[in-house]
Design a protein around this ligand. Structure first.
Ligand code: ZN
Length: 135
């Protein structure tokens, strides 16, 4: 490593990383859409296949909603860059470790808050992490 461990935080182009990721997700969403249209053409139009078709649609929508959620998280992270709050945990307001931001550039919480929130989601106390900040 040629980078010195000084007090100065290393400069990482999170905006570039986030924008590239958003573009990648959008690309994969449209690729899925195209794949689904192609798959449709192979489905014979008799009644028995209808439930299978619904099932595939559900998988598609479900996968899409995961992508939509990711896009929202990325958009939120870009907004935090604009408002200079990027990299600050929304829960405890401590800086999120650069290591975590490298792994999850759209992270909203530090590792320990994320763990607490995930536990609350697992217990059914809250639906998802947006509920924590949205209200
Ligand atoms: Zn925190």
């Amino acid at each position: 490593m040629s980078v010195k461990n000084g007090p100065k935080p290393k400069h990482v182009d999170y905006r570039g990383i986030l924008e590239a990721k958003a573009a990648e997700v959008r690309r994969s969403m449209s690729a899925q859409k195209a794949a689904q249209v192609v798959a449709r053409l192979d489905i014979p139009s008799d009644e028995g296949d209808l439930s299978q078709q619904h099932h595939e649609e559900w998988i598609f929508l479900n996968r899409n909603s995961i992508d939509m959620k990711l896009l929202r998280e990325i958009a939120d992270a870009l907004h935090r860059l604009d408002t200079k709050t990027y990299g600050i945990c929304l829960e405890c307001e401590e800086p999120i470790s650069p290591k975590r931001l490298d792994a999850v550039p759209w992270a909203r919480y530090c590792v320990s808050c994320q763990e607490k929130i995930s536990a609350r989601i697992a217990e059914g106390e809250i639906v998802d992490e947006y509920q924590v900040v949205d209200r």
